[in-house]
Every structure is written in C-alpha cells, then in structure tokens.
Design a binder for this molecule. Sequence first.
Ligand code: ADP
Length: 845
Amino acid sequence: MKMAIPRNLPLLIIADGVLLPGSSMRVPVNNPKNMVMVKTHILRYNTLSSTVIGVIPRRAGSEKDDLSEIHDIGTAAVVVQVTGTNWPKPAYTLLVTGLCRFKVDKLLQEDPYAMARITQLDKVPGDGEEDMSSVNVAETFRLHANQLLEMLDVSVPIVGKLKKVMEKLPLTRLPDIFASIVKASYDEKLQVLDAVDIEERFQKALPLLLRQLEGLRLLKEAKKGGDRSVLPPGLKEKDTIILKPPRFRSRDAERRDRDSDGDEISELEGKIKAAGMPEHAAKACEKELKRLKKMPAAMPEYAMTRNYLELMADLPWSKESDDTLDITKARVDLDADHYGLDKLKKRVIEYLAVRQIKNSLKGPILCFIGPPGVGKTSVGRSIAQTLGRKFYRISLGGCYDQSDIRGHRRTYIGSMPGRIINGLRTAGVNNPVFLLDEIDKLGKGLHGDPAAALLEVLDPEQNFTFTDHYLNVPFDLSQVLFIATANSAATIPTPLLDRMEIIHVPGYTQEEKAEIALRHLVSKQLKEHGLTEEQLQFTEDGIKLIIARYTRESGVRALERKLGSVCRAVAVKVAEHQSRQKSIASPSVEEEEKKEVAPRQRPTEDALIEMPPEMPIVIDKLAIRDILGPAIYEREKSERLSQPGVAIGLAWTTMGGEIMFVEAAKMGGDRELTLTGQLGDVMKESAQLALTWVRSHAAECGLDQKTQEDLLRKTDVHIHFPAGAVGKDGPSAGVTITCVLVSLFSDRCVRCDTAMTGEITLRGMVSAVGGIKEKVLAAHRAGIYRIILPKRNETDLEEVPKNVLSQMTFVFARTLEDVLDAAFEGGFPHLKRTVVSEDVIPSKL
Ligand code: ADP
C-alpha cells in the first residue's frame, strides 16, 4: 500500500526509544501533550492520513515537556492500534509502524500538542527503491542478516515472519529492520536514524549486526562446552535474543502439593460420578478434571476449575422431585391458602389441568400482573406446594445484563453462572417452580439484552439445551415450571409478552382485605411472632380500622406489616407477663437465698396490680389507636372539597388505583399555565386541552363578564396533582382538570362525594380510559361512592366485584357537558349540548 506522508505532522515525542522505518513498536502515552494528540488527532478523525504521525526521539533523560530537546530527525509512522486504560490513571498505548525518515523544518504549534512542517527524507514502501548497485556493503549485510536469522529461534513470531519475507525485502530496508531487532543502545539506534545517506546507514548498522552474530555464536559454543563466561567483553547474556526455557518447579515440590489435593480431587471425582450427568457434561468434567490434576494448587486457575467442577457436581442433572399434580387437590390447596382471587385461581387450575392431560409443561408460561401485595408470589408458592415441587424465586428487578441470566464466560476472574443455573443449584432438583419476579423491571444494559437471554430460557423449543456461558454445556430446563410476575404489562418486552399467558390480579376491596386478614394474615403474623390466639385476638372492627385509616394500597402488604407491629407490641406485654409470673411462681435459687435474708422483697400487692389484664389481649379500635398512633389517612375529602378549585380524579399507576386531589389556583398574569406534581407529558397535554375548552366555553359555563375577560386575557393558572410521589401519566385526567378549572372560575364547589376519570378531546368529547376496575376500587377504598366515567367504559364495570358495585353510583358521560352536570350541584343549564353520534367518540386509548 502506498502511503502519502502529509507535510504537516503531529509529533509524538518519545524519550527512551527510537522507531526505525520498517519496524513496529508499542509506545506508552501518558504525558499531557501526547495524550491530547491521541485524543484530538488520532481518535477524532478516521481518515488514513490522520493515523500518520511523526515519532520523534527526545534526548534521553530530559524530563522537560518543552520542545527544545527534541531530535531534528524522526520517523513518520502509521498508528496501527490504540488501546486505552483508565487505571491507575488515564493512558494510551499506541502500536506504531515506521514508514520513512523526516526532518523537522519548522514547529508549527506547541500547544495543545506539537505539530511540525516536515520534509520527507526517504521513500515510503511501494514508492520504488534507491539504486543499491554502488553500495558494496549491502550484499555483505544481507549475507550476515541471513546468518543471524538462521541462528535465531523461528518460533519467535518476528523471526519467523522475517525469514518468510527476507527474500522479497528490498536491500535498502535491511539496515533499519535489523538495527531495530538487534540489541543496540539508544545512541546507536539514533545514529542509524540520523544516517540519511543509505551507504552511511549500512555502515552504521553493520557493526551492530556483526556484534549480535558474534555474541550468539559465542553463547552457543559456551553452551556446548558448559562454559558461560566466554562472552565478548561488554556483552552480557541477556543482550542476546535467545528465549530461555521456562523454569520448572522441582517434581518433589509438585508431588507434595498434589498429594494434599489428591483427596479433595478424588472426592470431587466421586461427586461428579454420582451426579448422573448426561454424556456431554460428563465429558466436559472429565476434561477439566484431567487439567485440574496436572495443575499446581497455587495457580489461580486451579480454584476456578475446582469451583466449576463443584458446580457441575452439585447441579441436579437427574435429580427431580415427584410430581403430584392432582387437580382436585390443587383446587383445595389454592382455596385454603388464599381468600378470593377467584379468577386467578380458575385460570391457574385450567392451566394445570391442560398440563395434566397433555402430560407436559410445554406451552405459554403464566404471568401474574397486578399491584404489589395482591398475592402473586404467594400463589406461585402455593402452586409449587400443591405440585410437590421446590419453589425458587428469581428477582429480575435491576437485572441489566444478559450475563445475569446466562452467566459469564469462565475466562473472567470471578466469573459466575447466571441466575437460572444458580437457582437450580439451590433448588437441588431439575423440576422446580421458578418464579421470575418483576419481569417488567428488566433493565437494558450495555452488555446484551437480558430479555433476549430470558426468551431463550422460556422457549420450550430451545430451553432443553439452555447453555449458560459459565457452564458451557447445555442444561435441560424443560422440566422447570416458570411463572412470571409483574406490576404492569406496559414495560414487559413484547417478545417476552408473546410467550406468556397473562392473568390480571386486581386489587382487593376493603371487605376482601378484612377477610384475608382474618383468615390468613392474622394467624401468619401470630405464628411469626411466637404468639397464640389464646394470647392475642384481633377484632373485626380493629382490622377494618387498620385497613381504612392506616393503609391505602391495592394489596395487603402494608396491612400485614401493621398487623405485625401490633403483634410485636403485644409480644412485649406477653413476655413481660411471663417473666413476672415466672418470678412469682419459681423464684431462682439466688432469690430464694435473698428471701431468707430479706423476706420483704416478695412481690407486693402493687406489683400484682401492675400486671397486664387476663389473657387474651383483645385488639379493638381503641387498642389499635394506642399501638399504631394517630391514623395516617384521615378522610380528607370533605374539607378539601369545601372550596372551589379542587376535584377528585382517579389515577392508575403500577401500584394500583389511587384517588388524586387535583387543585388549581389563578392569579394575575399573561395566560401562563403551570403544572406541578409528578407528571408525564400526556398529562400536560390534557391540561392544555381542558384550559382551552374552558376558555372557549366561558360564557356558557355561566362565568360573569369580568371573569371571562380575565380568563381570556390576563390570568395565570396553576394546576397541581398532589397524591404522593408516584409518577402519574396516561390520558385520564382531562375531565378532572376541566371540572377543577370550571370550579375555580365559576367559584362553585365540585360535589364532594364524586370522583371522576376520563379523557377529553378539544371539542369536548369524553373518551374511554384504562384501569377502570382499579380506579373504582380506589374510590371505594377512600369512601367515595359516586363516580363519573366515560360512557365507553360502561362495559368495564363487569370486572368490578358485585358487592362493590352495589354500593356505588355511576354517571356515564359522553361529553364534557354531561360531566359538568354530574359534578356540580344543579349542573350547568346554559351549556349548549354537543350532539354526539357514536362514531365520533374516539376509540379506547
Ligand atoms: P405480590 O407478589 O403480589 O407482591 P405477595 O404474594 O408477596 O404479593 O403477597 C403479600 C402477602 O399477602 C403475602 O403474605 C400473601 O400471603 C398475602 N396475601 C395476598 N393475597 C392474599 C390472599 N388472597 N389470601 C391470603 N393471603 C394473601
């Protein structure tokens, strides 16, 4: 390849080496000027000419970073490779290959890196060669060069390469190449670099070549005669290019090491044999065992190989638990463990029935989607129990890397298998139930997509040969029953979603929660705290109070925690009681002795009165207030809604449904709209739409002239969506914002018994929204029993439990006029009705 050398070259100044044309070297780059040059010149441009730089020596030992010490002849070189590191501090290493000599004519710049105008001094390869016929010394040089190559070890890459190309190499190139491979001092190499005249270059390089030859010859002879002292003066053994054979440890030392490891290895061997591996895995183990036996135990690889073999031996290749799939029993078990959840249980039973008939697990995997604490994990555990299988939960939240699933290759220090193989090792059988928790929280990192790896795990066509990178042999996952859980389907990668059978688990109603607490949570908590029903009893009223005033959630996790707090408080009392009783009933020997001395220290009447009341301790409303403190969630709706500019919206988040007090304020200004609260972009658009609609319908909403003027021209509006720090987005707040604005400007209050949800269009249509069931339950939880819903959502109410529906009133709205009529006492008689035909209502969002 012919390479043009630019006239202006950036300079790489090196202190302790000389690069000669035709040879390559690695140059560490760590001084500031050179670093800047690499960063801004080599790495920024990607043209061929940008990789050509001038490598120029600096006087050895000169520390200065200034340019007065640089040599005036250098070598134009092409940068073949740049590697970088950040540790212990930023540095690069360049692999450069010399092309030709150049002379520095003028320094063009010193900062941020040196740049010089140069004159090329000799030809670059491919540019034709100089006539060598007059140079007598050239042929002699070639002769000696060949001799040198003969004496060197061809297994050294550079020697082998040189031997191959020697025939074709133009004579002119030889002095530079050989001067750079023989041992020579910095000054000697500098002299070869300075020899611009070709004859002079041969003259300078020849003695170096001869000296090397002589040294090698003497060394060979000395080796033959066993005498190493006959090296020419000034030449040490290390100056010769001969690879010394690696030093071996004495056999005895090795044997000693091995004996102590021998037992360990044979134990491991036994374990591997007993593991019942398939042939491919057994073979891999055999190979590794062989290696292990040869390795000294001190080698880091020894531990790595042993860990690997131990994992292989531990894995349940052929260990499985007996499957006891019996649909009738499964139904009874699921009912016994969980209250309610009828739809979920029905689907699970169907799923298991199909598997029983087909006698295989192939097919989509189950995925439970719902807010936290609704029993997704716990149903998974029950399924495992009823099937008689081991249960193992793999949390996928924050899993950013495919190696989390599929492991690291064993070449890394500290490499590990992925979570699937780890899970199997812990489960100890090859047919456990794996719960893939929070599959919607899978991350996407730099090193491969974990979702793609998971897809392989879940695909029944592929997963019988799942290969973990660490294991490096396939493991059959086809017997594993996978169940996934998620809070929302929206963030599950679509290909994964395709493989799954989604079962939605809605939140619970207040009544359901009370039942769950009474039937399951209380006894679970009592057991966990070492209490019995004889010691502690919850009343239904007490539990209902906790549900209504101390928790606000779709699931029952906080409720369970609160019950736990009560148990702890009672446990203290019970423990105190027990220790007192003990001290009365059976005083210790020391106390007996003390009694002799001071009989008056017996428990007095007072102490007996202080003792807690008779067991069991009954937890009623009063006790709850006492133990848990003042209620956390007071009913705030009536007081909040007693002023204009507030309305109750219903929001859906991954935590379930929530009620949300939307508030607005107005002030003098120039029509600016401010929004606060945790909002997404869609919410902002809803607010804009609502404000525009109110402005355009100001008169019909019965606003007086002045307010209309203000609204249109000189009012700033601020809308706030409080309700916690949960991000709210999605188009469902349009109707609420409109009501808030109308309330604010008309100075009328929104009905305090009403919550609403629905999106709007610019023309005032109300369109359907999602999450109706969750929203209705949230309103019900908060004690709001009247809801304005989009007409289009009417059918979604089928999913809401009957007992909740029977307590609620719904108003179905097609247009904003319907909404306003329902939201305000007395409605808005002056509003012009928008004519609605079914087909103008936008479809469900
Ligand atoms: P999730 O996995 O949905 O976040 P969990 O399965 O961890 O929720 O449930 C939280 C707690 O609530 C568990 O102790 C679970 O047993 C209990 N629980 C939830 N729903 C029910 C139910 N329907 N019946 C009995 N216990 C329940």
